[in-house]
Write a protein that binds this ligand. Structure first.
Ligand code: LMR
Length: 395
């Protein structure tokens, strides 16, 4: 059986991690996978997580099955984090269940959409996270793209986006990034969200919002502004969220899927299908990450500490954007890279060619995705001179 298989190349993002780890150059820089790093290049466990872990360790008294929904307390806390005091919660039209990471949420969403309509089309931004297309196609959906990033002008092609979204079918799904667009860092502003919400309402497509970076853009509520606006307008919607980045729980695999229905009764029917989808894929989600998140969100002290730690991560990334742009100027680069400071979250495209990306890797041990997507968190005061000098040389 296995003899029929052809080897596949390494994942374009995760493959970089292995290469970086093997590189013996002490000056190497990892701008590849989207994980937060501190000034020392370390992805530390948040203090609030450490405390929650101790609390769970001392108080947990069973490892018995928890069921396909995962912990109801976690699910409730996540709904509030995503929606605040939104009417969808007051009207009891939302159901949230925990999933193995944001990727698990997306795959469950894909299978759920397939249950609604076999072979449904989902529209994704061009470009989008490299794994979106694969995971939607693996569930049997048809993936099409709408214009998004204007590579030439390093901005949003909003007219192109809106024109395409007006033409999609009522029973198509449209994937939107809530904030910190991966890979471009180019987000919709509030007015643009309003316009997209109006189109979603008039066309009737199903918005599927991927929120992997809540709190990494402008703030927890600010980053959820667009999806809350969307939920004002439409009757049905899906949100896939992740606790990998904002709680630093990457390897614990904890995220959530939220479905919104036309009414409480309608969303209960949809939720029964969602739970079946989960049961036949992985039965039930891992519990540890959810237990940590619910412990933090349930405690005033830990929640406050988390706000502070999250802000620290956000501010460092935003500071890195300016730091790199200033250093490039200092090293004599005349090309305008100021767009990097106008983008949000973990990523931006540097805007160099795949050959130049390869050269940075081969000659300078600087690792970024082939599209020139940089994970901004990998920049530090200690490496930014070397980074800017190396970029100047390949330019
Ligand atoms: C990324 O885009 O680098 C992250 O979301 C990690 C991943 O799984 O690709």
């Amino acid at each position: 059986m296995f003899g029929r298989l052809k080897a596949l190349p390494a994942d374009p993002i995760l493959g970089l991690l292995a290469k970086y780890r093997e590189d013996a150059n002490p000056q190497k820089i990892d701008l590849g996978v989207g994980v937060y790093k501190d000034e020392a290049g370390h992805t530390a466990i948040l203090d609030c997580v450490k405390k929650a872990e101790k609390y769970r360790n001392d108080n947990e008294d069973t490892k018995v099955y928890i069921g396909p929904t995962g912990s109801p307390v976690f699910n409730d806390e996540m709904s509030k984090l995503i929606f605040g005091h939104h009417k969808v919660l007051l009207e009891n039209r939302a159901r949230t269940v925990s999933t193995p990471g944001g990727t698990g949420a997306l795959r469950v969403a894909a299978e759920f959409i397939k249950s609604c309509k076999a072979g449904a089309t989902i529209w994704v931004s061009n470009p989008t996270w490299a794994n979106h297309t694969g995971l939607f196609e693996a569930a049997g959906l048809t993936v099409k793209t709408y214009p998004y990033y204007d590579y030439e002008n390093k901005t949003l092609d909003f007219d192109g986006m809106l024109a395409t979204l007006k033409e999609v079918s009522a029973d198509d799904a449209v994937l939107l990034h809530a904030c910190c667009h991966n890979p471009s860092g180019m987000d919709l502003n509030n007015e643009q969200w309003q316009q997209v919400a109006e189109v979603a309402k008039s066309v009737g497509f199903l918005p599927v919002v991927d929120m992997a970076y809540q709190g990494f853009g402008e703030g927890l509520d600010e980053d959820a502004y667009g999806l809350r606006l969307m939920a004002d307008s439409v009757e049905e919607m899906i949100v896939c969220s992740s606790c990998s980045k904002n709680f630093g729980l990457y390897r614990e695999r904890i995220g959530a899927i939220t479905i919104i229905g036309q009414s409480s009764a309608a969303v209960d029917v949809a939720n029964s299908v969602l739970l079946y989808v989960i049961r036949v894929i992985y039965s039930m989600p891992p519990a540890h990450g959810a237990a940590l998140v619910e412990t933090i969100l349930h405690s005033d002290e830990l929640r406050q500490q988390w706000f502070v730690e999250l802000k620290e991560m956000r501010d460092r990334i935003n500071g890195n954007r300016q730091l790199l742009v200033d250093k490039l100027i200092e090293k004599g680069v005349t090309r305008d890279f100021s767009f990097i400071t106008r983008q949000m979250g973990m990523f931006s495209f540097l805007g160099i060619t795949p050959e130049q990306v390869q050269q940075l890797q081969d000659e300078y041990s600087i690792y970024m995705v082939g599209s020139s997507r940089m994970s901004i968190a990998g920049i530090a005061n200690s490496n930014v001179d070397y980074l800017a000098e190396s970029i100047a040389k390949v330019l």
